[in-house]
Ligand binder design. Structure first.
Ligand SMILES: NC(=O)c1ccc[n+]([C@@H]2O[C@H](COP(=O)([O-])OP(=O)(O)OC[C@H]3O[C@@H](n4cnc5c(N)ncnc54)[C@H](OP(=O)(O)O)[C@@H]3O)[C@@H](O)[C@H]2O)c1
Length: 302
């Protein structure tokens, strides 16, 4: 079968995409391709300076591109809510929400609300953002939410008694694995709730394999991975692009690289790890997330 490439992304004129973590790495490349295909692209970025630099670079490459910046911090629930409000003031609909931003294995860090940073940014920030943007998504004809997970989800374990590493010693890789497993459980719960008017909401996921980006910034030993292992961002972004745009992607489609151990390659449909297929955990995570973010349930359960 032919390899799926960014040239396979359909024309997206008239649609709006919102990508978190869009100033660098996989997010920036995803934004570039969607903008090139005609989508209006909102770059969700934490740093105004880094976001403005990415915006300027995209405009210089593609003067006709419709790109704009929205600055907010996924580690701060209030900041996420304000960003969603700002988005809905600017746009009547949201066709694609791509939950891409992430932080990997930093030293132990707590958010202002006292939450473990990776769980807060990688999962809770995106949970809150998706909930707040649901009206904008449901205003689109064929809306889709795509999350960017990782092969690390396969070694992740949800410790529902201690999601924040408050009682056990902090382990950066265990916290990363938990947060990336949470990405998949989140969309599982979201998909099961897509009823009663929300059926049109597509829910997909991707993982990039191994890609040379700034993600490894907290792990100096991983920063110089040889290029025969770590792909360039143009290739690492392909599973995300496919999950976000392929019209053939059904609910809960999950894309990753087709090479050995899914480290490198071109996107293909893959199976979610067994721990991501536990409906009870998906529902439990949904309820914990509502509580931690002080949210009313935006969608009724099955
Ligand atoms: N690269 C890989 O090999 C690999 C493998 C598996 C999964 N992934 C996943 O792919 C996704 C993209 O990662 P990447 O490799 O492109 O990493 P990256 O180059 O480090 O980009 C991460 C992005 O997330 C943003 N971000 C971090 N904390 C944030 C916060 N609190 N609020 C808002 N934005 C925040 C970063 O903003 P700043 O630039 O301001 O920090 C940056 O734009 C992540 O979800 C990651 O877990 C990557």
């Amino acid at each position: 079968m032919a390899r799926w490439r960014d040239a396979d992304v359909e024309a997206l004129h008239g649609s709006v995409a919102f990508i978190t973590g869009a100033n660098t790495g996989i997010g920036l490349q995803t934004a570039r391709v969607l903008a090139r295909q005609g989508a209006a692209v909102v770059l969700g970025c934490r740093s105004h300076a880094r976001g403005a630099a990415a915006l300027a670079a995209l405009r210089a490459e593609m003067p006709q591109a419709q790109v704009e910046l929205l600055v907010f911090d996924l580690a701060d629930v209030e900041s996420v809510r304000r960003a969603a409000q700002e988005f809905s003031c600017r746009h009547g609909q949201l066709d694609r929400l791509i939950c891409n931003a992430g932080v990997m294995a930093p030293p132990e860090t707590r958010t202002a609300q006292g939450l473990e940073l990776q769980f807060a940014v990688n999962h809770l920030g995106h949970f809150t953002l998706t909930a707040a943007l649901l009206p904008s998504l449901l205003a689109a004809a064929q809306p889709r939410v795509t999350v960017v997970s990782s092969t690390a989800a396969a070694f992740g374990r949800m410790d529902f008694d201690d999601l924040q590493f408050a009682r056990r010693a902090y382990q950066p890789w265990a916290a990363y694995g938990q947060s990336k497993l949470a990405n998949l459980l989140f969309i599982r719960a979201l998909a099961s709730r897509c009823q009663g008017g929300a059926e049109r909401l597509g829910v997909t996921a991707a993982h990039p394999g191994v890609c040379a980006t700034e993600l490894q910034r907290h792990q100096p030993g991983l920063q110089k991975l040889p290029r025969w292992i770590a792909m360039e961002p143009w290739q690492g972004a392909l599973p995300t692009l496919r999950a976000a745009t392929d019209p053939a992607a059904g609910s809960l489609s999950y894309y990753g690289p087709d090479g050995l151990l899914q480290v490198r390659g071109y996107p293909k449909l893959i199976a979610m790890p067994p721990a991501a297929r536990r409906d009870g955990d998906a529902e439990r995570l949904w309820q914990c997330s509502l509580e931690l973010c002080a949210l009313d349930d935006p969608l009724k359960g099955p």
